[in-house]
Ligand binder design. Structure first.
Ligand code: SF4
Length: 344
């Protein structure tokens, strides 16, 4: 039985593609890529920093139902490099979809060649997404991935040029579908046919397509050397309020116990401010920072805590080396401080 390598997000289209390719008689190895910006993953890591990079549950179920193997490919570090300046630019927000897909397909091609596979498949649908699924984009992705003729999009395959396996006769064109556009009616009917009940809504949970999150990413990139984010940044950007301090520093202000605990775990990256006598948020100020920015962060901590109506609040600021500086501040939103959209 020939091997087909699938790129599967766990969204409906990719699950359907797995079923279709399996029904064509291929053995399927499904690759689940982790870019580090998946909202479900970051929410898990927020609660538990040791949470594994697990593919979504519907993907496990489909792998079991189709007898497919399932592997996770961690591309988080190379994705942060890509985000600095993607050669094909961004989609409607900060999503570099074309280069993201090309990168995943190059990995899939390497794995296919190493393991003697015949083709790579995806759940892409012609005309479904503005940036990456119109005809020229599909052609460009195929060309730049180096997969020419060995990339199958089974949901739209009859609308696209024949692949090598079709030309050789090992795959019948009639087994492919001719779905086009944004309506998901045909996919829903197919899902019923394959007994697929629980699958995530379209759009996949990539936070870079979220305007509020993308604006916080952009703002933080401006501060990072060479615009490259650090490994923990995608998670920190999901936490609490993200503030640009008047002196150019950055602070993350927790909004609840879970976020406060999470910020406390990242204390090694800066100074953690907490009010002494009244409940309130934990605020992480990134190192290095100025004394003025630390004071601004202490005022923010007091402003968002239960001592907002007091004339002064005592805020303990613990730096990464364990040193504690105590500041007496008037609770106020500091002048010159900017907040970047509330995180989800
Ligand atoms: S939405 Fe995000 S994960 Fe999906 S292709 Fe675009 S950048 Fe990559």
């Amino acid at each position: 039985m020939s091997l087909a390598i699938g790129i599967v997000s766990g969204g409906l289209d990719s699950l359907l593609a797995m079923h279709l390719v399996r029904n064509m008689g291929f053995r399927v190895l499904a690759l689940h890529f982790v870019t580090g910006f998946e909202s479900a993953l970051l929410r898990r890591l927020r609660a538990d920093p040791a949470a594994p990079l697990e593919p979504p549950q519907p993907l496990h179920k489909t792998a079991a139902a189709t007898g497919s193997d399932l592997e996770t490919v961690d591309v988080r570090s190379e994705f942060l490099d890509l985000l600095v300046a993607p050669p094909h630019g961004f989609g409607s927000n900060l999503n570099p979809c074309l280069d993201c897909k090309i990168g995943m397909l190059r990995h899939a091609r390497r794995i296919m060649e190493e393991r003697g596979g015949e083709l790579v498949f995806t759940g892409e649908v012609l005309g479904q997404r503005p940036m990456s699924q119109h005809r020229q984009a599909l052609d460009l992705i195929e060309r730049e991935s180096g997969l020419g003729g060995r990339l199958l999009r089974p949901l739209s395959g009859r609308l696209l040029p024949a692949t090598e396996p079709e030309r050789r006769g090992s795959l019948k064109r009639e087994a492919l579908l001719a779905i086009r556009g944004r309506s998901r009616k045909e996919q829903m009917a197919l899902a019923r046919e394959f007994g697929l009940a629980d699958y995530p809504a379209p759009a996949g949970g990539c936070l870079l397509t979220d305007p509020g999150y993308a604006s916080r990413v952009r703002a933080l990139m401006e501060r990072r050397p060479g615009r490259r984010l650090r490994a923990n940044d995608p998670l920190l950007l999901l936490l609490g309020r993200h503030a640009a301090l008047p002196g150019g520093g950055r602070a993350f202000v927790g909004r609840n116990q879970e976020e406060n605990l999470c910020l406390a775990r990242y204390q090694a990256t800066g100074t953690l401010c907490e009010a002494r006598e009244v409940p309130g948020p934990s605020t992480l100020v990134e190192a290095p920072h100025t004394a003025a920015d630390l004071e601004a962060a202490a005022r923010l901590t007091a402003w968002y805590g239960k001592g907002r109506d007091r004339p002064r609040v005592t805020v303990a600021c613990r730096s990464a080396d364990g040193r504690v500086e105590t500041l007496e501040v008037a609770p106020a939103f500091p002048e010159g401080c900017r907040l970047f959209g509330e995180a989800g």
